[in-house]
Design a binder for this molecule. Structure first.
Ligand SMILES: [Zn+2]
Length: 511
């Protein structure tokens, strides 16, 4: 709150030389606040013998010129000439029960909209004018004046329009730079969008146009001397606007955005398709120089069992329309662990299943299938399995090993993932798969477990790792060596994927 505004001992007066004002004796008060001149709206009206209507409660004053009604609102920089809105370089201020408006922009707007012959000058009066004590001016209001008075205005040289799917971009070429505070925008109803550029000037004709693009009926440029106002008559209902100075192109970039609901609708549709289970990534573990658990008694190595099962699952899935199958390997080749989830992610995979076979060097009795979720290992057994499957990193080339350096604290990474949607879906699939193993495969089912597998960490989708049995157990190794048995396993996995897809897709389309 300011009690007295200091504006010099001698007050200033606005002298109107053309047209000759009816009331020659009327003195139009001018105040200087923060180096900007303000003129009394009431005095101005009186000089032209124009009736005013002032409503204290709403802070609105109306000047009834015969040509146009001028509406001014206290603490507001917008001014209306009949139904047209313009913006002054600063808000109108209430001082000593009178409404003061930024002189230059107000007078220029009056000249352009109401009195074309208006000519004026500001002279120093002999009678000093003091603001009464206790005049209340909110400091914030004064500070909020956007008007940066430049020594020289920046010339705006051209305007270009680009229609985009989500709105329109308008580029205004400028011969100098601007700051964000030089711009001010507002929508007036559905029909108009106004942009005021402070410290700018232009050839109004060059920037104005009719039907410059489908989005606008017309664009009107008005130079007020200290600013340029662009009025866009809208053909579309935009929801918001953004203006900034683009250093790269040396132009003012105005973006008008179409309503959100259209965007949201499109995004929801995109999100829905993103969640549809349409790409299945099958990851047969090991391969090439890495046999996995070695085959004994003349039976198959882990790498060969899992590749065969993966190819069988893939063949079944390929019969289904709208389902794409991606393999991390289709032949007996070595693929580093880090590359497997990368293949899955790059192919837009929606489900990742890594296939393995367990093996124990000193235990020939352990048997059964296991399904693993990616979580910090809870049991020693699970940790052992994870360590065994992660051990392949030692076989990888030095440049591959580098990729795991960030995973030293794997438990940390895993902790963050536990609550993810992918985890919930992985659990869902694990449940379905475990049931199908029990129902369809004549083999012990050790159930769903959790452990930290490198191969699962980076796959950005629901994911599981299956240990299809122990080939360190002679009976199970024999089973896994049978193509008929492997087909049963493949069918159980295939059925589970279809069940999982049905549940997930249904929840997506229902939401
Ligand atoms: Zn393995």
């Amino acid at each position: 709150m300011l009690h007295a505004l200091v504006f010099g001992a001698l007050s200033e007066r606005l002298m109107v030389s053309s047209p000759p004002p009816p009331d020659k004796d009327c003195k139009i008060k001018v105040l200087t606040i923060d180096e900007a001149k303000y003129v009394s709206a009431r005095n101005f009206a009186k000089a032209f013998n124009v009736r005013t209507y002032y409503r204290k409660e709403s802070g609105k004053i109306v000047l009834f010129f015969t040509q146009k009604k001028i509406k001014i609102t206290v603490n507001n920089s917008f001014i209306m000439f009949d139904a047209q809105v313009f913006q002054m370089t600063g808000p109108a201020l209430l001082i000593d029960e009178d409404v003061y408006v930024p002189a230059t922009s107000f007078l220029e707007l009056v000249r352009q909209n109401t009195i074309p012959s208006l000519q004026y000058s500001v002279t120093t009066s002999v009678e000093p004018y003091y603001i009464k004590e206790n005049t209340v001016v909110h400091a914030a209001t004064v500070a909020a004046q956007p008007g940066r008075i430049r020594s020289e205005n920046v010339n705006l040289t051209g305007i270009r329009y680009d229609e985009k799917a989500n709105g329109v971009t308008v580029r205004i070429a400028a011969e100098g730079t601007f700051k964000d505070s030089d711009f001010s925008t507002f929508f007036k109803g559905k029909d108009w969008f106004y942009l005021t550029i402070y410290g700018a000037e232009c050839d109004s004709l060059a920037l104005s146009s009719v039907n410059p693009t489908n989005a606008f009926q017309m664009v009107e440029a008005i130079a007020t001397g200290s600013s340029v106002q662009l009025g866009f008559r809208l053909n579309r209902q935009f929801k918001s606007a953004d203006v900034h100075y683009d250093l790269r192109s040396g132009s003012i970039l105005v973006s008008l955005f179409l309503p959100l609901n259209r965007d949201i609708k499109r995004k929801i549709e995109e999100a829905k398709t993103a969640w549809i289970i349409d790409t299945i990534v099958l990851d047969p573990g090991h391969g090439g120089k890495d046999p996995g658990t070695p085959g004994r008694w003349g039976y198959m190595h882990e790498k060969d069992i899992v590749l065969d099962v993966a190819l069988r699952v893939g063949r079944l899935l390929k019969k289904k329309k709208n389902l794409k199958v991606v393999y991390t390997r289709k032949t007996d080749v070595f693929i580093p662990l880090w590359k497997r989830p990368e293949i899955a992610n790059k192919s837009g995979g929606k489900l990742f299943i890594s296939l393995h076979v367990n093996g124990l060097a000193n235990n020939h009795t352990a048997n059964g299938m296991e399904i693993y979720l990616l979580r910090p290992g809870r049991s020693e057994d699970a940790i052992r399995v994870a360590e065994a499957e992660n051990a392949v990193i030692q076989m990888e080339e030095p440049e591959d090993k580098v990729k795991y350096q960030g995973y030293d604290d794997i438990t940390n990474i895993l902790a963050n993932m536990v609550h993810s949607i992918n985890m919930r879906d992985s659990e869902l699939l694990a449940g379905i798969l475990s049931r199908n193993f029990t129902e369809r495969v004549k083999q012990k089912n050790r159930g769903v477990k959790q452990a930290g597998f490198y191969v699962l960490v980076d796959a950005d989708m629901p994911k599981l790792l299956c240990e299809l049995g122990f080939n360190s157990n002679k009976a199970e190794a024999k089973k896994l060596n049978s193509s008929k048995h492997r087909q049963k396993i493949a069918e159980a996995i295939y059925r589970s994927i279809l069940e999982f897809k049905e549940v997930c897709d249904k929840s997506v389309t229902q939401n």
